[in-house]
Design a protein around this ligand. Structure first.
Ligand SMILES: [Zn+2]
Length: 218
């Protein structure tokens, strides 16, 4: 196998990279080679030679959320409610994210509820909203709050409820090594914050009960 061309650009940033503060692909791949050496292996050995390029491509997928503005996206997709005035719940939206402290995977599910005022949004758009925020460096509390705030700002519903359940691989594979621990965070806005009955209706719909989910992270 031929070695990939080694574009050494240590001091030769492109105009675009300088403008956005974003390094070139070659610089990103060089950083991966550094981490491989830091781990104790040889980035030039056959099994690892293509790894930096693969890792950088994986990063493009894992962190694609920086390229999207979810609020703009939701704005273009609302529909009339046709008189529907009950709580809408979408549960078990799986997501994969990365913690901003260790860049380790966070894997879990988001449950979203809202009480429409005069707009609803398609199921796929809610899933897409979760994905845009998940595909960034995150902390779970912030992601939960961001999803709720976006829906609230764009749909202007009577209320929004977001509950996130996730496992953090920085807790399960390193540090305190606690497999099986799930973190639960929630954000309740409007009627879900102010009316216990509406909140309870949502929590029952997602299979949680009785928990005292206040405004903020749980
Ligand atoms: Zn972490």
């Amino acid at each position: 196998m031929d070695k990939p061309v080694n574009n050494k650009t240590a001091h030769g940033k492109s105009a675009a990279a300088t403008r956005t503060g974003r390094p070139s692909r070659a610089e990103a791949e060089a950083a991966v080679r550094t981490l491989i050496r830091w781990a104790g292996d040889d980035p030039e050995r056959e099994g690892l030679i293509a790894t930096p390029a693969r890792v950088v491509r994986a990063y493009e997928e894992w962190f694609a959320g920086y390229n999207d503005n979810p609020r703009d996206y939701l704005k273009r997709t609302f529909e009339e409610t046709g008189g529907y005035d009950e709580v809408v719940v979408l549960r078990d939206i799986r997501f994969e994210s990365h913690c901003e402290h260790h860049m380790a995977p966070i894997i879990g599910r988001v449950h979203i509820g809202y009480l429409p005022r005069n707009r609803v949004v398609g199921i796929s758009k809610l899933a897409r909203l979760v994905e845009v925020y998940a595909r960034r460096l995150q902390i779970q509390e912030k992601m939960t709050a961001e999803i709720a705030a976006s829906l609230d700002a764009v749909l202007k519903p009577h209320g929004v409820a977001v509950v996130t359940e996730a496992t953090h691989q920085c807790m399960t594979t390193r540090g305190i090594h606690k497999p099986g621990v799930t973190m639960v965070t929630s954000r309740m806005l409007g009627v879900f914050r102010d009316h216990a009955e509406t909140r309870q209706e949502f929590l029952s719909a997602i299979g949680m009960r009785g928990a005292n989910h206040g405004n903020g992270s749980g």
